[in-house]
Structures are given as C-alpha cells and as structure tokens.
Write a new protein. Sequence first.
Length: 115
Amino acid sequence: MIKIYKIESKAFALVKKILDEQERVEMVNNEKKIIFNEFARAGYTMRDGKSMGFKEEANYLYIKADDEFFKKNEKRILIDGVKKLEGADFEKVRKEIEKETEGAEIGMGAVFGEF
C-alpha cells in the first residue's frame, strides 16, 4: 500500500523530527522495551514540491508499507499542516516520485553494472 502526504512548511520540522527519531530503550512496566522508529524501518521518500516542478511550497512524504503500519503510525504524522493525498493529486505526485526513483536506480545500474 502506498500513501502520500502533503506537508506544509509550518508542519515540516515536526514531521521531520518524527521521521528521524532515534530508536531507544524505555522502561515499561518495570521492563526494558525497545522503541523502534517504524518510519525508518518501513522506509519513506521525502521530496520538495518545487524540485518536482510543482508551484506550491510543500514537501511530499511517500510511504510504501502494509495496512498494519498505517493503522499504527499514520496518526503520528497527520497533524495540522499535513494532508493525505487522494485521487488525481495522489497520482500526480506518485508518478513524479516514482519517476525520480526509477531514474536513480537506472543511474546506479550504469555506474555499477548488472550483477
């Protein structure tokens, strides 16, 4: 499942902080528990809208993960200034991000050759 979020500049710093959180150990019910950064483990792509040719000043967060990931973690980033894209807006941004990703993969193949 792929979801894309439009992040306005006022929300960017907070979302980036959530995405970049370090994994840590916390005490829960007198037991040590590892708190994982689920976003880092799932993987994500963040792109500036202007770099993709969009006029709006916003960033776009692309996440490909299973439904369980989104049920557990989506609420953490759906804050004021963050909008989940759907429909035509979703498709437009998805195509641009995936086009950039494919271009990077082709470039790496040209540098290192095929295995």
